[in-house]
Design a protein around this ligand. Structure first.
Ligand SMILES: *[C@@H]1O[C@H](CO)[C@@H](O)[C@H](O)[C@H]1NC(C)=O
Ligand SMILES: *[C@@H]1O[C@H](CO)[C@@H](O)[C@H](O)[C@H]1NC(C)=O
Length: 317
């Protein structure tokens, strides 16, 4: 008796749930028809403000992982995603008319998207939009759209190795629209324009800080300027590995070099010690030269130390 009552209760509950979810499903379908039905939305048309003719894109970047900083080719490889947010007046609805549905997720190719590029990209991909990007955009009932393109990014980064291995690098990401000048497309700052909270630690590079700069870029081609967001990551090299493998040998070799003076000439070993030290210095110098970028305008101080060590040995012979 009691079990039947309980089963009955469950069945009622189940029916209510089915009705609810069915209603929700119907509401969402009805909403999709209203937003994207035949002849209602054209994704080729930019949703510029009717009075100002301008659209403002809020952009914030989240680096996920630093894969590697290639000093020689001056390229930073990272996994990042950017949150682009903009208003599209055509996609506004009243949630109470649609069973409380206040946002929908739709494939990104269904809506208009800004043609953003990574201007200092050194890889294959410059445009954030891609036909391989199957991510969805979130459309809110007030017409705000959030798009989160994920990018395996390769960006050019100017390397300064003067203080190697205790160096500090600033790598930039330049995000800008490709076709629209600032009279049509401008940026606004999100609440946290560059978040390093979720970044996975890299073995070699430690993230010290970040900075975001907005500026206008003028090109010879066009009378109007282009809005650009510069996201800067400040990286510091974890030097302990290099201290053991390069700095300590450098110090020891320098001490050995001075030993050549102390060796009495009668021992007849002055030349062979000198040659041995000189060879080691050359080997270390070769390792260093492999590491530093060819186009570096500044030479690491460590290279000077090694070279002067070699000079000293030369003089003595
Ligand atoms: C369009 O611009 C006007 C004037 O700046 C502003 O009051 C209005 O809120 C804007 N409309 C939208 C949808 O952003
Ligand atoms: C573009 O946005 C910036 C701030 O985000 C603002 O200072 C600048 O006046 C805007 N430019 C135009 C042409 O709207």
């Amino acid at each position: 008796m009691w079990t039947t009552w309980r089963t009955g209760n469950y069945i009622v509950l189940l029916l209510v749930l089915i009705k609810e979810s069915k209603q929700n499903y119907m509401d969402a379908t009805r909403l999709m028809k209203k937003l994207f039905g035949e002849g209602t939305y054209d994704k080729r048309v930019i949703p510029a403000n009717k009075t100002t003719g301008q659209i403002s894109i809020a952009a914030s970047m989240t680096p996920q992982q630093i894969l590697d900083l290639d000093e020689k080719n001056q390229i930073l490889r990272t996994i990042i995603f950017v949150d682009f947010m903009w208003p599209d007046e055509r996609l506004v609805w009243d949630p109470s008319d649609y069973g409380g549905v206040d946002h929908v997720l739709v494939p990104n190719e269904m809506v208009w998207k800004p043609d953003m590029i990574m201007r200092n990209s050194a890889g294959m991909r410059m445009f954030f939009a891609s036909k391989f990007d199957v991510s969805e955009v979130i459309v809110y009932s007030d017409g705000k759209i959030n798009w989160y393109p994920l990018l395996l990014s390769e960006t050019a980064c100017k390397i300064d190795v003067e203080l190697y291995p205790f160096d500090y690098q600033e790598c930039e990401f330049l995000v800008a629209p490709w076709s629209y000048d600032v009279t049509v497309m401008n940026f606004s700052f999100g609440s946290e324009p560059l978040s390093t909270k979720y970044i996975q630690q890299n073995n070699e590079w430690h993230v010290l800080g970040s900075e975001v700069v907005f500026y206008l870029e003028h090109f010879d081609c066009c009378p109007e300027a282009y809005a650009t967001m510069k996201f800067i990551l400040k990286l510091y090299r974890r030097a302990s590995f290099y201290t053991i493998s390069q700095i300590i040998p450098c110090i020891l070799l320098t001490i050995l070099t001075t030993m050549v003076f102390l060796l009495p000439p009668e021992s007849g070993e002055k030349i062979s010690l000198g040659v041995a030290v000189w060879t080691s210095l050359v080997v270390f110098l070769l390792i260093l030269v492999e590491l530093i970028p060819r186009s570096a305008t500044k030479t690491p101080i460590l290279v000077y130390v090694h070279s002067s060590g070699e000079g000293l040995v030369h003089d003595m012979q």
